[in-house]
Design a protein around this ligand. Structure first.
Ligand code: EPU
Length: 428
């Protein structure tokens, strides 16, 4: 087991290249199940979630080759093998296997998904969609059983705007009979990316990226090549870091439009940001002004950047309120930031950050992926050495984090944990 060690306080300079989007990758890979000939996806991030999904496709009979950032999936010999447990528990996005297997085989058995613990994360809207398409859905001993004689297009109104439900219903509907209309759909860029792949496979989808998506079912889908979009959350994390510690940091391979809400908030704080084509230049500022943020569905401020942004706010003058309307309990990083001398209190769905505070290095633990990102940002801002455990969460979502940060001049490295430290971690 490893931990991260960070010597804080160093200024960052240079260019960092953003990888492919994790939250697209975890939907694009299951989507290949729907085709009947090989699908190639390039630009994938080298993260553990991609490896786990690739293994799961092999478990159901797919021939998969995963090299660096390219995956080739031959789905022709796949079967609807039950996946009740095991690897599906490792990531939340294993729920996309339900929509994709239901779409191709009209039946699936998939264990209830794992992933980050951010408070309750129901999948009732996914199930509502599958049922509307004609599937019988039951929960038997922690696994979801889906069966349908045939899938028939339907009009589905989502009661909650959900990225996962929107994509999952799209996956199930592309090979259904007739037209499906998803109303109150989520509009995240990752949804457009999945729709683009499915369209290249022969699906008929209109309106992805708006809140009404129309899908006309087709009998079969074929292989194709697809290039993934860049990861807006990874890019946003480096942008926040550049604001905190950057002299001049350039973020390369990014779509600036995907980060408008973050860029607007950073500019309000006094950070200098320039955008050009697929690059963003950021210069940190000594006297940052605080701001309030409220997470919202896209194109609002993303909940996935709320945690690293909170670390940045500790450096800003005044009292800033961070409200998470998507996951009201996504505040497990706050206790750890307090250990590092941050002045933050949580009230309901909000965290109130009183700054500026000079963060101090400490031993902290990442409880989930973006909490980990928040602690890395904080460690780089802090005086002295910070040790971050819970690296398995960070490895789920950030490709080559240490190498990319070293490239900007950060002093950060991985180190094996001692037996005593592992024992302490397990008992805490
Ligand atoms: N919700 C329901 N019922 C449902 C589905 C969702 O009540 O059936 C609620 C959720 O509890 C939440 C809200 O609706 O309060 C939005 O959830 P959504 O379904 O949009 O989230 P998700 O699809 O499970 C994806 C990302 C998350 C990201 C959220 C919000 C993936 C694999 N995950 O989750 O990413 O936080 O959208 O944008 O795409 C991360 O990358 O760290 C991460 C957690």
């Amino acid at each position: 087991m490893e931990k991260l060690k960070i010597e804080g306080g160093n200024k960052l300079n240079g260019t960092v290249r953003v990888s492919g989007a994790k939250n697209s990758a975890v939907a694009l890979i299951p989507a290949t199940i729907l085709a009947e000939s090989p699908v190639i996806i390039d630009g994938l991030p080298n993260i553990s979630d991609v490896q786990t999904l690739s293994d799961l496709l092999e478990e159901i009979g797919g021939t998969v080759s995963l090299n660096d950032s390219e995956i080739i999936v031959d789905p022709s010999k796949m079967i609807s093998m039950p996946l009740p447990n095991g690897k599906v528990k490792k990531l939340r996005a294993s729920y996309y296997l339900m929509g994709a297997m239901l779409g191709r085989f009209k039946k699936a058995v998939v264990g209830l998904p794992g992933g980050c613990h951010l408070g309750p994360r129901p999948i009732d809207q996914h199930i509502k969609g599958f049922e509307a398409l004609g599937a019988k859905v039951t929960n038997e001993q922690g696994a979801i059983y889906l069966r349908a004689d045939e899938l028939i297009g339907a009009r589905i109104y989502l009661d909650v705007v959900s990225v996962g439900a929107t994509i999952n219903i799209m996956l199930a509907a592309v090979r259904a009979k007739g037209r499906t209309i998803i109303e109150n759909a989520a509009k995240e860029p990752e949804i457009i990316d999945v729709a683009t792949l499915l369209t290249s496979m022969g699906a008929k989808i209109k309106g992805a990226g708006t809140d009404v998506i129309r899908i006309d079912g087709v009998d079969s889908l074929h292989g194709c090549r697809h290039s993934i979009i860049p990861d807006r959350i990874e890019a946003g994390t480096y942008l926040i870091l550049g604001a905190a510690m950057g002299e001049e940091v350039i973020i390369d391979n990014v779509i600036p439009l995907h980060l408008e809400s973050l860029i607007a908030k950073l500019r309000e704080m006094g950070v200098v940001i320039e955008t050009k084509d697929d690059k963003i230049l950021v210069r940190g500022h000594h006297n940052l002004k605080t701001v309030d943020i409220k997470t919202l569905v896209y194109p609002g401020f993303p909940t996935d950047l709320q945690q690293p942004f909170t670390s940045l706010l500790t450096k800003a003058e005044g009292s800033g309120v961070v409200t998470d309307t998507i996951y009201g309990a996504r505040f497990k990083h706050i206790d750890e930031l307090r250990r590092m001398n941050a002045a933050i209190k949580v009230e309901g769905r909000s965290a109130i950050v009183n700054g500026p505070s000079q963060l101090q290095g400490a031993k902290v633990r990442a409880s989930d992926l973006r909490a980990g990102a928040a602690l890395v940002v904080a460690g780089l801002m802090a005086e002295g050495i910070t040790e971050v455990s819970g690296l398995e969460h960070i490895d789920r979502g950030y490709e080559n984090l240490v190498e990319k940060l070293n490239g900007l001049g950060a002093v950060i490295w991985r180190e094996s944990m001692t037996e005593q430290e592992i024992e302490q971690l397990q008992n805490s």
